[in-house]
Design a protein around this ligand. Structure first.
Ligand SMILES: Cc1ncc(COP(=O)(O)O)c(C=O)c1O
Length: 377
């Protein structure tokens, strides 16, 4: 056995769409990017979305667009990928690490209130593994303190929480299409918002601040139709645009997304049933695969490192998501005690979950978890 942890699900249809871009001889920022943005808007139900080359870029721009004063603070959960905390730092803002709940590993609203100070300008909740953060309470608190809410949706696409789509609870939602995510474009990301003004600014910021429409606004004179070359720059911009090759893949992946989400949900249900009888190996999250769209499946085990070794010896790839950020060397410069995160992560083991994982492979993993519990716990 050699079972992968994650794997993209790509095929002929994606290749055909890429071929179409080749045939058109247009592989940069073009009509496929626009088509993908429109399709994504439709899917999520937001008024506008902007495609970029990663969720890291999406998070960076989502804070940049507000032009916060340097030194202000942004609240991020302690258990997340580094990108969530780098976004404030790219903007000369400081991350403040907020503890997570023991049971669902999302941002603790109590610790959010506790870590808040008047210097804070934004909060960036993460739907860890696809488990929705408590967006109703987070947005209510944010509103009371005038904080912007940037939702990091890198781990989920398409699910709703308490009747609202994830990604639309906050001011801006950021999605990831990196290779391992719910759907992929190789690398890529999407920024979603219902705020037309923000989106129009973000649209030029992701392409060096260039206002492509500005030639249309130039003074009407007889030469106007030859002013197609003219543009202006109003903002500090970045080269963060998605290109038509990635968008080709995205257009097809988006069509498959519901099916891929539903396959992953089925696999999680099978995992949950399989490990239900185990006493010392418990699921990381209160998985509700019928309700939410998860990207990650994992368990908690006191003998985490031994379990990882045992699974590796049996051909099963694993991971750990994540070392709490306040314990990561670089982020120690912004100390913030998060006792729950620091305690729980030591038991985390991420297990294989992807669309190509077969029932036989999954049952084999469950058998190995049972064997480990019987022999070693
Ligand atoms: C929670 C979270 N946010 C942001 C990112 C960054 O995504 P990308 O690789 O698309 O930049 C990741 C990537 O793994 C992530 O897990």
């Amino acid at each position: 056995m050699n079972i992968r942890l994650f794997a993209p699900f790509l095929g002929e249809e994606e290749l055909n769409e890429i071929r179409d871009s080749f045939n058109k001889s247009w592989v940069g920022l073009g009509e496929k990017v626009s088509a993908f943005e429109r399709a994504f808007e439709n899917y999520i139900g937001c008024s506008k979305s902007i495609a970029v080359n990663s969720a890291t870029a999406a998070l960076h721009l989502s804070l940049s667009v507000y032009g916060f004063k340097p030194g202000r603070k942004v609240l991020v959960p302690d258990i997340t990928f580094a990108s969530t905390a780098f976004a404030p730092l790219y903007n000369n803002l400081e991350p403040v690490f907020v503890d997570v709940y023991e049971d669902d590993i999302t941002m603790s609203v109590e610790d959010l209130e506790n870590k808040y100070s008047p210097d804070c300008v934004a909060v960036m909740p993460v739907h860890y593994g696809g488990q929705p953060a408590h967006m109703d309470r987070i947005t209510e608190f944010a509103k009371s303190k005038n904080l912007k809410v940037i939702e990091d949706c890198a781990h989920t696409i398409g699910a709703s929480y308490k009747g609202n789509k994830l990604g639309l609870w906050g001011d801006i939602g950021c999605f990831s299409f990196e290779e391992k995510k719910a759907m992929t474009t190789g690398d890529g990301g999407m920024i979603c918002s219902n705020d037309a003004e923000l989106i129009s600014k973000l649209s030029s910021m992701r392409w060096l601040g260039i206002d492509k429409e500005s030639w249309k606004k130039s003074k009407p004179d007889e030469d106007n139709e030859y002013k197609h070359w003219y543009y202006d720059i109003d903002y500090l911009g970045f080269k963060y645009n998605m290109n038509d090759l990635s968008a080709s893949i995205g257009l097809v992946q988006l069509k498959k997304l519901d099916e891929m989400n539903s396959i992953r949900s089925g696999l999680i249900a099978r995992y949950m049933e399989g490990i239900g009888s185990l006493k010392k190996i418990r699921p990381i999250l209160p998985f509700e695969p019928v309700k939410y769209s998860y990207w990650l499946f994992g368990v908690r085990c006191e003998k985490r490192d031994e379990l990882i070794k045992f699974l590796k010896q049996n051909g099963i790839a694993t991971g750990v998501h994540y070392v709490p950020l306040n314990m990561v060397n670089y982020f120690r410069q912004w100390p913030s005690k998060c006792s729950t995160a620091e305690a729980v992560w030591k038991e985390f083991v991420t297990l294989p979950l992807h669309v190509q994982l077969t029932a036989e492979e999954l049952d084999y993993i469950i058998d190995k978890l049972k064997e480990f519990e019987n022999k070693f716990l």
